[in-house]
Every structure is written in C-alpha cells, then in structure tokens.
Design a protein around this ligand. Structure first.
Ligand SMILES: NC(=O)c1ccc[n+]([C@@H]2O[C@H](COP(=O)([O-])OP(=O)(O)OC[C@H]3O[C@@H](n4cnc5c(N)ncnc54)[C@H](OP(=O)(O)O)[C@@H]3O)[C@@H](O)[C@H]2O)c1
Length: 330
C-alpha cells in the first residue's frame, strides 16, 4: 500500500487526540462518521453509528456496528506501528497514513511529559545526495508543499519548534502553523555565543510573544521584542543538548520539533537527544552543499547510529520516520 500524507480531512482528529492526551487520558479511539473523523476517550465514545474505528486496544469490538471497520494499534508493540484489522472491512487508507506518522509522535510526547523528559522529533529535508542547502546556504525549497504542510502539522502537535541561529540568519523562518489549523508552538532559537541577540531584532522568530533564545551562560543580552533569553551552563559556548532540554522544561516545553540546520541537528544527534528523525528525501541532486549532519567519525560501520525505519509518501517525495535504536539522553 502506498501511504500518502496529502489528505487533510482527518487532521482535526489528531488535534483532538493531543487534547485528550493532555487531560491524562491514555485510552482513546478515533471514530469516522460520514466523512468526519473525531477522537474521544474510549469509555465516552458511541461507536454504533461509526463506519470506521481506530482503537489503541481491542476493547471497543463488542460496541461496533456490524458493518464497521476496526483497526487496532497496540502502542506497546514498537515505534513503527503495526495495524491489525480484526473486522476485515475496507479501511480508510488516508487516515492510516496519518496515524502511522502522527500517532507515535503524540504518544511519545505524552509519555515524555509523564516521565519528566522531553520528546525530540527532528526533521530534515535533503536531496538524494544528502544536502540540505547549496554551498552559499540557499535552501528554499528543496522540499515541496506537502512537506511544508507536514512540518506545520508537526509544529501543531508539539510544544516547541527549535532552530539554530544560522537558520534564522539565512531563512528568517516564521516558525508558526499557518498552513494547517492548530496551536502555534513556542519558537526556540539556539545561539551559544548569543550573537543573534546583538544582531537585527526584526527577524520573524522574534516577533510577538512566545520566543525563547537559548545562549551559553554569560552570553545573554537584552532580548529582542518580547522574546525570553535562557542562559544555560556551557563550555566555550558549546551548549549540551541535554542541558538545553532541561532548561526548556523549566519553560513547560516537553516536546520539540527540531528543524535544523545542520550544526544544530548534528549536535542533538551526537548527544543522542533525538527520539525520532524525520528525513524528507527530495528527488534532486545538488552535488555540493551543506550536509544533513556531520558527526564525529567512526572507524567501522557497526559504530554508526542505527535506526528502525518506516516510510510515507509526500506528493512524490519520500518521508522516512527513523527511530534510533538507542536514545533517551534528554
Ligand atoms: N533543508 C532543510 O531541512 C533545512 C532546514 C533548516 C535549515 N536549512 C539550511 O541550513 C543552513 C543553516 O545550517 P547551519 O548548520 O549553518 O546552522 P544552524 O544549525 O541553523 O545554526 C548554527 C548556529 O546555531 C547555534 N548552535 C547550534 N547548535 C549549538 C550548540 N550545540 N551549542 C551552541 N550553539 C549552537 C550556533 O549559534 P551562534 O553561532 O550564534 O553561537 C551555531 O552557529 C541554512 O543554509 C538553511 O537554509 C535547511
């Protein structure tokens, strides 16, 4: 089955799932009536009129109408979802494509909050030869419109979106969710040296409330606009991602979407602080440019970072969801 993430019709149900999880409810079902999907705590859902039910356990089977299709996902199985269809009715493939990508994110973020840690999903849009920008830093757009919408959905599901100062300088991103419905995340800019605080203050990331600029202790300066400066202990301006995540938890940020660039992604990957790495592969070769990641060299392939991988299609491009085999530093 080719999974496409292009259809937005079920999207509001994932926002409802975020709210249900935030209320501490861990048992919920997605229900489709007509063309509309919704998400409800398991006990409160009336399943009789539903055509499609997606549940986190087999519990709702007895409450189903005879012609309803049931899909069951056991979150304890693995990060890469396996779906079971006990009623053997035709299922809604476009909903399942979204569930494969967004449900593990929602559950991972909720679990991290319960356990006092931070869920980090990282995203990179790269060419076939692993470049995220031309040598001069120009990168818009390697991806496509479907990738942009996907990135905005991810922002809406997580507490914060984080980028390095280099990306703010080159791309001046707005870091909001304007391509989908949902809440805007906190905007977080990493600048160990604090140099970004001493430059232009009119960048999009600093406009309005809701921006944290993370700098090494001693490198603080007056914050641009209504931004907040977070000083984190560091050695020679190099921030330890574990300390960055701890500081962000003090701002009630328990899940982040790390959107680059290369230096920022590499430092979090090297520190084993990424729970999920989403790699969008565009059908393009640049031949030179900024690489997705640069890590400390290893001398044997068995020392490379290992992942479990799933894939989805984004309007002809591939989105890989890669779960590190070893993680949880933050
Ligand atoms: N294709 C994509 O998916 C994508 C996504 C985002 C960006 N980009 C491209 O990537 C390029 C920017 O990437 P980049 O690697 O040059 O820059 P970057 O990672 O965006 O920013 C690097 C800067 O962030 C701060 N920083 C990051 N990690 C740090 C750490 N652990 N400790 C302390 N400071 C840290 C430092 O700021 P200070 O120097 O201020 O201390 C550092 O110079 C641009 O060309 C942009 O267009 C592509």
């Amino acid at each position: 089955m080719v999974c496409e993430l292009g259809d937005d019709s079920a999207w509001p149900a994932f926002l409802e799932a975020r709210s249900v999880l935030a209320q501490g409810t861990r048992e919920f079902v997605f229900v489709r009536r007509g063309a509309q999907w919704s998400c409800l705590p398991t006990g409160t859902a009336d399943l009789r009129p539903a055509q499609q039910v997606f549940a986190l356990s087999h519990a709702p089977v007895s409450a189903l109408a005879a012609d309803a299709a049931l899909t069951v996902f056991d979150p304890a199985d693995a990060m890469v979802p396996t779906f079971v269809h006990p009623t053997r009715r035709p299922v809604d493939a476009s909903f399942l494509a979204m569930a494969r990508v967004y449900l593990p994110v929602l559950l991972g973020a909720a679990a991290a909050r319960r356990r006092g840690r931070t869920f980090v999903a990282a995203h990179v849009t790269q060419t076939l030869d692993g470049r995220i920008a031309c040598p001069n830093g120009q990168s818009q757009w390697i991806g496509n419109a479907a990738d942009l919408r996907h990135a905005h959905r991810m922002r809406a599901l997580l507490d914060g979106v984080l980028v390095g100062a280099g990306t703010v300088r080159t791309d001046d991103p707005r870091l909001d969710v304007r391509h989908v419905t949902g809440p805007n995340p906190r905007r977080i800019v990493l600048s160990g040296s604090g140099a970004i605080l001493r430059e232009r203050h009119d960048r999009h990331a600093f406009r309005g409330a809701g921006c944290d600029v993370v700098v090494a202790a001693g490198n603080g300066a007056p914050a641009p606009g209504r931004s907040h400066v977070l000083e984190v202990p560091a050695t020679a301006d190099a921030l330890d991602p574990v300390a960055v995540l701890a500081a962000l938890r003090s701002r009630d940020v328990h899940s982040i979407y790390l959107e680059g660039g290369s230096q920022t992604l590499s430092s979090f990957l090297q520190a084993r602080c990424i729970d999920l790495l989403q790699v969008h592969i565009a059908a393009m070769v640049l031949g030179a440019g900024i690489p997705s990641f640069t890590l400390t060299p290893v001398e044997h392939v068995r020392h490379g970072l290992q992942f479990t991988m799933d894939h989805t299609m984004l309007d002809g491009h591939v989105l890989l969801s890669c779960w590190p085999s070893v993680g949880e530093a933050g």
